[in-house]
Ligand binder design. Structure first.
Ligand code: KMH
Ligand code: ZN
Length: 274
């Protein structure tokens, strides 16, 4: 029996703006409204970035505390996954800010890559080891963000050294300008490179969002969608909400016989028992 599907919704990110799609949430109230709709549509994990009201990305623990507690109040069972990626150019300690809140889950970015133009998203090997150590000490479940095959290999090397520990929950983020592309062959290469007992989710950037969602659904993986990754419901049609993107994944999942996991079912699949 194929496992139920975990849908993560990445509500806002650090790079996308209201200029690209006016429905991108910035304020706490917008984040909560978007979260509620996405959860009602079928998301069991919310990937959280914080923005100021004017859209500036921040890793300020106070802003995260406001967002996390407001969402938790509306959606008490959903898994809240904070970003430790933040925005390009932030320092390592700034990025770690929200971990002071002991969130249930966080991202661990597993390598450096170009991020378009002059931007470089820096994650040195020592950064990865340092972030992993802190998350392990705080008992925070971490998801391994891999933007290309070298990042997967880095994880496997650090697992051998005992610096990244089980369970391994991969997230393949494909289609970033500077990372690995999101063609089916790219997905297959990554999926076949990880241990059989690891879980994986796929986040396709832009036009790759739904083609990769379908690949993940058909191959026993999980899916991330949301405005952080893609602003469009289909070519030329802006999504009206994060929930619309989640609903589209639910439809694809049902076509292929995958039921949707609740947050508690997601906790079991992801081995998040504390
Ligand atoms: N905003 C990107 C530079 C994460 O959330 O862990 C990094 C990012 C990854 O979004
Ligand atoms: Zn992110």
């Amino acid at each position: 029996m194929i496992e139920k599907l975990i849908i993560t919704c990445a509500l806002t990110g650090a790079e996308v703006t209201k200029a690209g799609n006016p429905a991108v949430p910035y304020t706490v109230a917008e984040m909560v409204a978007s979260a509620r709709e996405a959860v009602m549509a079928g998301a069991s994990v919310l990937h959280i970035h914080a923005r100021k009201d004017d859209g500036t990305p921040v890793q300020d623990p106070n802003r995260f505390a406001e967002i996390l507690s407001a969402i938790h109040h509306e959606c008490p069972s959903v898994i809240l996954q904070v970003s430790t990626g933040g925005a390009v150019g932030m320092s390592r300690d700034e990025r770690l800010g929200p971990l002071s809140l002991y969130p249930e889950m966080a991202t661990l970015d597993c390598g450096t890559l170009n991020f378009g133009g002059d931007d470089i998203f820096v994650n040195t090997e020592n950064d990865i080891i340092y972030f992993a150590k802190i998350m392990q000490e705080k008992n925070i479940a971490y998801e391994l963000e891999c933007f290309e095959k070298g990042h997967v290999d880095t994880v496997l090397r650090l697992v051998k050294k005992g610096l990244i520990t089980q369970p391994l929950r991969f997230s393949f983020v494909l289609g970033v300008n500077g990372g690995m592309s999101g063609e089916t062959r790219d997905f297959v290469f990554l999926k076949d490179s990880i241990p059989l007992n690891a879980t994986f989710s796929v986040a396709g950037i832009g036009r790759y969002e739904f083609s990769l969602a379908e690949q993940a659904i058909k191959n026993g993986g999980h899916v991330r969608v949301g405005f952080e990754d893609n602003l469009y419901l289909e070519k030329g049609v802006l999504a009206k909400s994060n929930a619309e993107l989640v609903k589209k994944v639910v439809e694809i999942a049902l076509q292929f016989g995958r039921e949707i996991a609740t947050p508690d079912e997601a906790r079991i699949i992801l081995r998040m028992e504390k």
